[in-house]
Design a protein around this ligand. Structure first.
Ligand code: IMP
Length: 428
């Protein structure tokens, strides 16, 4: 297998966890490169359901090396909880999980500031997951963050935490009128987390580059999705990292010359959690039906997801900014219940039809989608194992999506289980 980056081509929750799980069988190393425990990757294996937030889903395969790259922000408490939950289900991470010592750490003041800011913004809130992701990346980019390597040294950690709290408590007290957070509240518990995490910490760029020199292959596991990208998403209604393919390099320390393929994952329709524009959003009645059929509730926060039609303009944007060379379509089976299906092929704004995705969210919000309409297939696709056996209308729909995107659909998923995947041709 070549070295592959797998990205979400919509607003996250495209079913990447399942695809990663399927592809992991062929990979040697699986690496996360951005985001944190805002992600929630659901993998179903037989009767077991795993929800992974920080640890690459590759951990569910024996003998694979799993990396949490430097671009990820790590909440140690959440990480240890995940490790313990995996252990309780018989999955050990002891020998194959490595965490970059350059990862920035999420602290309670990040979570608190995330929630306080959202509450203060009222109607203008982003609808974050409240996991402290934005504030942790703010510290990273303002060069005042605390990295794993700092956390592992009691003296350095003590000093850096004092400096961080001196600033954060001013903000917490003076801007938000809330109680400050004490040094003691964080220091000892976090030293305890550090003791448990120490054995996983490493210079993961070295591990990855050594693997490459031994001709091993890497699967880069994107979290969130392209439209949540800080640069290419619906800013400011985005996350604070680069879920796009370029992030795989900066977030792991592997150079672009080593990336061979980029796979984009898209649902057969669209969903979004949190606030922000969503041109193809269903009315509430249809949204409620599709949400129930597709189990569209956040894997991390349990929030109901907003649902809408497939947006080919958005997909074209994703394909461009990621360099996507093959597409996996997920949750086709959810559309089994729909008599009519629409696809957005353009945006109408002030009399002009746009075929490219506007980065100005005011234009996006005010745009009317231009739709093509298809007949549904109204029969179950769940048990289908071969593309040829799909209903004719489903094939027609997929062929049109492919035509609009200009990139081949190489995998289709018709259910949450590993086995419910149709491979049209090898991704590689
Ligand atoms: P944050 O990443 O918690 O700061 O949230 C920013 C935006 O990204 C919000 O709209 C969240 O709902 C969204 N978001 C963050 N992580 C995910 C994810 O894994 N799936 C879908 N949406 C996400």
């Amino acid at each position: 297998m070549p070295n592959v980056v797998l990205v979400g081509a919509q607003w996250g929750d495209e079913g990447k966890g399942k695809l990663i799980d399927v592809l992991t069988a062929q990979a040697d190393v699986i690496a996360r490169f951005q985001g944190g425990n805002n992600a929630g990757h659901t993998v179903k294996i037989g009767g077991d359901k795993f929800i992974l937030h920080l640890i690459p889903s590759g951990i569910l395969h024996k003998g694979k090396v799993c990396i949490i790259g430097n671009g990820v922000v790590v909440d140690p408490q959440a990480l240890l909880k995940e490790i313990d939950e995996l252990a309780a289900k018989g999955v050990s991470v002891d020998r194959n999980l490595f965490i970059s010592e350059a990862c920035h750490i999420i602290f309670p003041y990040h979570r608190k500031l995330d929630l306080l800011k959202e509450a203060k913004m009222g109607a203008l809130r982003i609808g974050t997951t409240g996991r402290g992701i934005g504030p942790a990346y703010m510290d990273k980019f303002s060069r005042s963050g605390i990295r794993l390597v700092d956390l592992l040294d009691r003296n350095v950690f003590k000093r850096k935490l004092e400096a961080a709290l001196a600033e954060k408590n001013q903000i917490i007290e003076k801007i938000y009128g809330e109680k400050p957070i004490s040094h003691a509240e964080i220091f000892e518990p976090y030293c305890g987390y550090a003791d448990r995490i120490r054995k996983f910490s490493a210079n993961t760029s070295v591990i990855l580059n050594e693997a490459l020199s031994q001709n091993k292959n890497i699967l880069f596991e994107g979290a969130q999705g392209t439209l949540l990208d800080i640069d290419f998403g619906t800013y400011p209604f985005v996350t604070s990292s680069n879920p796009t393919a370029g992030g795989a390099c900066t977030g792991t320390g592997v150079g672009p010359t080593h990336i061979d393929r980029v796979i984009g994952v898209a649902k057969a329709y669209t969903t979004r959690v949190g606030e922000g524009p969503f041109p193809t959003e269903f009315d509430e009645k249809l949204a409620a039906r599709v949400r129930e059929e597709g189990g569209e509730y956040g894997a991390t926060t349990g929030r109901p997801r907003r649902c809408g039609w497939f947006d080919a303009v958005m997909l074209k944007h994703s394909i461009d900014v990621n360099g996507i060379d093959s597409i996996a379509i997920t949750k086709l089976d959810v559309m089994d219940i729909l008599p009519k299906i629409k696809v957005c092929t353009g945006y109408k704004h002030n009399g002009t039809v746009y075929k490219t995705f506007p980065l100005n969210i005011d234009v996006l919000s005010a745009s009317e989608p231009v739709y093509e309409e298809f007949d549904g297939w109204l029969s179950s696709t769940k048990e289908i194992k071969r593309y040829d056996d799909l209903p004719a209308n489903a094939k027609r729909y997929l062929a049109r999506l492919e035509g609009l995107m200009g990139v081949k659909i190489k995998m289709i998923s018709v259910g949450a289980d590993r086995g419910e995947t149709l491979s049209l041709e090898s991704i590689f």
